[in-house]
Design a protein around this ligand. Structure first.
Ligand code: PGA
Length: 250
């Protein structure tokens, strides 16, 4: 059985004060950590304060990006070791917004994935097609290229530490969620691809999250699909009640 993983991607939202307030509300909630894992990914500037706020809670901390070099003259960048020292256990890599607006490529995703694993971080690797790619029937080829690129050169032992987030770009922030069937179809494809590359053990244990307009009112149906092992939540993670309703969804 794969434990579900619900992660909140706060994106570029929340000042330190606002972040602490939200983290405090979440930390007060109870959940069955044997059934579901909960991760929140605030902006870099909020990490330390949120980490302190989460003391004693089973909610885990993640970041939204990292840079692959260990240290040095890379103005504005944040290394994997810095994230670990700030209390992060997870890091999101290759989110479609970073691919669209910040020139992220399959190659840079691969470099970041390697750096995260070397530092002991658990990577959440994002993949997903644009609307025109879906309309042109290219969903599987796009997702396959992104996964093969991200995992290039990685051993099965390394790969098994990763979570994959399938996030169709047309569903992100649009309110247009993928149907459970659409999600399951791609999740099944991703698991089969991981099986082909890494074999049964990695394929059966790897968690594949869905992301893109997941909300309390559609989460249960999505999470009930056999290959949907959790959610990466954007908009609905910015409010404690709406995020928690997804954590509680069965
Ligand atoms: P959304 O974002 O839930 O606001 O659609 C999801 C994501 O980008 O991770």
């Amino acid at each position: 059985m794969r434990k579900k993983i619900i992660a909140g991607n706060w994106k570029m939202n929340k000042t330190v004060g606002e972040a602490v307030e939200l983290a405090r509300e979440l930390a007060a909630k109870d959940f069955d950590s044997g059934r579901v894992q909960v991760v929140i990914c605030p902006p870099f500037t909020d990490l330390t304060a949120v980490q302190e706020t989460l003391q004693g809670s089973r909610i885990e901390l993640g970041a939204q990006d990292l840079y692959w070099e260990k240290s040095g003259a890379f103005t504005g960048q944040i290394s994997a070791d810095m994230l670990v020292s700030a209390g992060c256990a997870y890091v999101i890599i290759g989110h479609s917004e970073r691919r669209q607006y910040f020139s992220e490529t399959d190659e840079t995703v691969n470099l970041k994935l390697v750096a995260a694993l070397q530092a002991g971080l658990n990577p959440i690797v994002c993949v997903g097609e644009m609307l025109d790619e879906r309309q042109n029937d290219e969903t599987e080829s796009v997702v396959e290229r992104q996964i093969r690129g991200a995992f290039a050169g990685l051993t099965a032992e390394q790969a098994q530490k990763a979570v994959i987030a399938y996030e169709p770009v047309w569903a992100i922030g649009t309110g247009q969620v993928a149907t459970p069937d659409q999600a399951q179809e791609v999740h099944g494809f991703i698991r089969a691809l991981i099986r082909e590359i890494y074999g049964d053990a990695v394929a059966d244990s790897m968690r594949i999250q869905y992301g893109g307009s997941m909300k309390a009112n559609n989460a249960s149906e999505l999470l009930r699909q056999p290959d949907v092992d959790g959610g990466l939540i954007g908009g609905a993670s910015l409010d404690a009640e709406s995020f928690w309703a997804i954590v509680k969804a069965e």
